[in-house]
Design a protein around this ligand. Sequence first.
Ligand code: AHG
Ligand code: MN
Ligand code: MN
Ligand code: MN
Length: 335
Amino acid sequence: MSDIKTLGEFIIEKQSDFPHASGELSSLLGSIKLAAQIVNRELNKAGLVDIIGASGEENVQGEEQQKLDLYANEKFKTALEARDQVCGVASEEDDEAVVFSKELNRNAKYVVLMDPLDGSSNIDVNVSVGTIFSIYRRVTPVGTPATEEDFLQAGKHQVAAGYVIYGSSTMLVYTTGNGVHSFTYDPSLGVFCLSHEDMRIPEDGKIYSINEGNYIRFPLGVKKYIKYCQEYVPEENRPYVSRYIGSLVSDFHRNLLKGGIYLYPATATHPNGKLRLLYECNPMAFIMEQAGGVASDGINRILDMEPTELHQRVPFFAGSPVMVNHVEKFIADFS
Ligand code: AHG
Ligand code: MN
Ligand code: MN
Ligand code: MN
């Protein structure tokens, strides 16, 4: 028997770890896996078919939507609606949450929040992009249409979260609160195979990921931390290494594997930072904590935040505990 373990086999084997489901999670993740395979296929030929470039539309964030933003958004919503576990989806690309009206969806127990395509600015230049998803049990009665209350839940109530990274290989990384597990897609078999069980981020690291182009607009404590990273102190492994791709999923995944910190602070033009709490920061914070890391807004734990609106933004610092605690101290000392 080959030692290949597929995502489906792994979930069923670990099923007892997931208290809420009798196979519902495996079916829900199955629909996400299917949509990821479809998006992956289109991405791999994006240069050949008319699927790159701007769509000419703008999303509620005021961002120019890429064709692939919209393509991925539709594929994930269609895949999620087709099964009977999900009663609604909130997406970066839709102004409001999409409530599924079919009978089989109204009786579903879960809602999904997602960033269907993360790192869109990188599509046309063939740099890794991703999909981020976050899964909650609904809080309104089964059988009724989902309401905004089902989507505006604190991150600590997530039952599962994950991301797909469409890179040199396509990987799916997820947690249900029992560790972080990664699967690599094998296109010849059409399955995601277990590549890393129970991923743990190193306690400390020397990679920092931030858009230094915004330096002049950062809070003083963040500026001081960046200078600290750049000082020549060889006995403390400094200067650190600066790595920033501009796709949260890719920067996050590298730092999860090697140790490091990802920073998207508040700036003068973005007083709450740029990243969205519900479908970028919460799922990534859940994964980071499950891997032994830390995720905060520079002061407060991301997963404790009570959301007030679907697309709200929050400053985001996530990574090795020693590094995040250090930047939090700089922020406190210079606030
Ligand atoms: P999205 O493409 O889903 O809108 O997200 C883009 C995010 C994130 O992926 C990335 O880390 C960050 O924006 C890059 O922002 P800057 O270009 O401002 O550095
Ligand atoms: Mn976007
Ligand atoms: Mn994003
Ligand atoms: Mn996006």
